[in-house]
Design a protein around this ligand. Sequence first.
Ligand SMILES: NC(=O)c1ccc[n+]([C@@H]2O[C@H](COP(=O)([O-])OP(=O)(O)OC[C@H]3O[C@@H](n4cnc5c(N)ncnc54)[C@H](OP(=O)(O)O)[C@@H]3O)[C@@H](O)[C@H]2O)c1
Length: 236
Amino acid sequence: MTAVPLGSEGTQLASTGSASVRGRTVLIAGATSASGRAVARALLAAGARVVAVGSDQARLEALEADVPGVIGERADLTDADDVLELAMRVHARVGELDGVVHLVGGWRGGGGIPGQTEEDYRVVEHSFTALRHVSRAFWDDLLASTAGRITMVSSTTVEHPTAGGANYTAVKAASESWMRSLAQGFSKSGAPAAAVVFRVQALAGLEEQLAASVVELWNTDADASALNGTVTTLTP
Ligand SMILES: NC(=O)c1ccc[n+]([C@@H]2O[C@H](COP(=O)([O-])OP(=O)(O)OC[C@H]3O[C@@H](n4cnc5c(N)ncnc54)[C@H](OP(=O)(O)O)[C@@H]3O)[C@@H](O)[C@H]2O)c1
C-alpha cells in the first residue's frame, strides 16, 4: 500500500492507532457489492454504526440478512432529490454522520477512442454524480464531526489512461478532482476532517484490504490534516 499526496509521490500513511471508529456513524454509498459488504463488516466489527445505501431494495435486504446490524436505506444516489430525502431519513434515524464511503461504480469501455460512446459515458458518470450529491448532502455532518471522513475508490488508470478506458478514467479523474476540492474545503474550514482517495487496478481480492484501510481512517494517530487530500494505492 502506498499513500501519497494527491498528484505526487510520497510514503505510507502513519498508523499507530489510538483514535477509534467505535461509536461513529458511517454511510456506505453503494453498499451491496462485495466491496460494500467487506467494508460494512469491518466497520461493524470495529464498533461503528453503518448505514448501507443502494438503489435496489432486494439487494439491500439480502445485505441486511448477510451482515446483521447494518441499516439499509434505498435511494437512487444519482437523483439529487432522492439524496436530499435520504439525508433527512438518515438524520432522523441515526443522527449526523462521521463518514461517507463512496463505492458507486460501473465500468464500460473498449473500442478505442471511437468506441467511447455517449451511452457508455452516461452510465459511468453515475458514480461521479452520486459522489457530488452525497458529499454535498452530508457536508455539514462531516464538518461538524470530531473526525469527519469521506473516501472513494478510484483507479490506477488515472495515472495511466488508455484509449479504450477514456470515458471511465475521465470520470475517475473528475471524481478525484472533486475529492481534492472537498479536501481544500475541510482544510479551509479548520475542521478535523479528511477526504481520502484509494486507487486500485482491480478490486477483486482487495476487498478486505480496502475494508481495513477504511477502518484505519479513524483508527490512526495521524491527524486529519495528514490524511486529508491523500491518495493511497492498494496493491495485492
Ligand atoms: N471493480 C473493480 O475492479 C474496480 C477497479 C477500480 C475502481 N473500482 C471502484 O471501486 C468502487 C467499488 O467497486 P465495485 O465493483 O464494488 O462497485 P459496483 O459493482 O459498481 O457497485 C457499487 C454499488 O453501487 C450501487 N449503486 C449503483 N448505482 C447506484 C445508484 N444510482 N444509487 C445507489 N446505489 C447505486 C450498487 O448497488 P445497486 O445496484 O443495488 O444500487 C452497488 O452496491 C467503485 O467506485 C468502482 O468504480 C472498482
